[in-house]
Design a protein around this ligand. Structure first.
Ligand SMILES: Nc1nc2c(ncn2[C@@H]2O[C@H](COP(=O)(O)OP(=O)(O)O)[C@@H](O)[C@H]2O)c(=O)[nH]1
Ligand SMILES: [Mg+2]
Length: 180
């Protein structure tokens, strides 16, 4: 494993494309780890296998980035705080073709905001529901007074996913300067 300068977290709904995005970008074989489910009150099983994806990418200027994919289910959200520790930002992925993507967006933004405000929103699966208007997301963000970068993409497209990562890094560098 490399000593990466940057750590980026992929959060968002199940099936939105988090694992796909990490696999698309990673230059090492993506690993999935197991985590201990300590949330016993709401769960009968003490030990649950939680899929956390891990991949790595080296950008053109030799900046190394660790890519962490969070499990999507609400019942694993205690893991998110652990994964987000030390991360420079989060990519919140939302499946446009899901039943209520706006509600999903609201929930995931609320969930990840406490870990840091460097968030990029990635709306995926747009090819599967083109009849649903894309402006709902910007309208919602604007109504909330939020100004996170918003992208529409396919998680299987490397260039699209790379743009998300570069946007997160550019934002952190604009605000905090270059990190060595
Ligand atoms: N049609 C379509 N399929 C996508 C898109 N993004 C991801 N997928 C597919 O959606 C499925 C679920 O993706 P996955 O990465 O496992 O989602 P995760 O639960 O967020 O990790 C996979 O079969 C992906 O290939 C997209 O933009 N359009
Ligand atoms: Mg996954």
């Amino acid at each position: 494993m490399i000593l990466h300068q940057y750590k980026i977290v992929f959060g968002g709904t199940m099936g939105s494309g988090k694992s796909t995005a990490i696999k698309t970008l990673s230059e090492v074989e993506v690993v999935s780890t197991e985590a201990l489910n300590t949330d016993i009150e709401s769960h009968e099983k003490l030990l649950t296998t939680v899929g956390i994806d891990y991949g790595e990418i080296t950008l053109e200027d030799d900046v190394k980035v660790g890519l962490y994919g969070t499990p999507g289910q609400d019942r694993f959200d205690f893991i998110w705080a652990v994964i987000c520790k030390g991360a420079i930002g989060t990519i919140v992925m939302i499946d446009h073709a899901a039943e209520n993507p706006l509600l999903d967006l609201e929930q995931y933004i609320q969930a990840f905001q406490p870990f840091g405000n460097n968030i990029v929103i990635a709306i995926t699966h747009i090819d599967r529901k083109p009849e649903r208007t894309f402006s709902i997301y910007r309208d919602w963000l604007s109504a909330q007074g939020l100004n996170y970068p918003l992208f529409f993409l396919d998680a299987r497209q490397q260039d699209d996913v790379l743009l998300l990562v570069e946007t997160l890094i550019a934002t952190i560098e604009v605000h905090y300067g270059l990190i060595n």
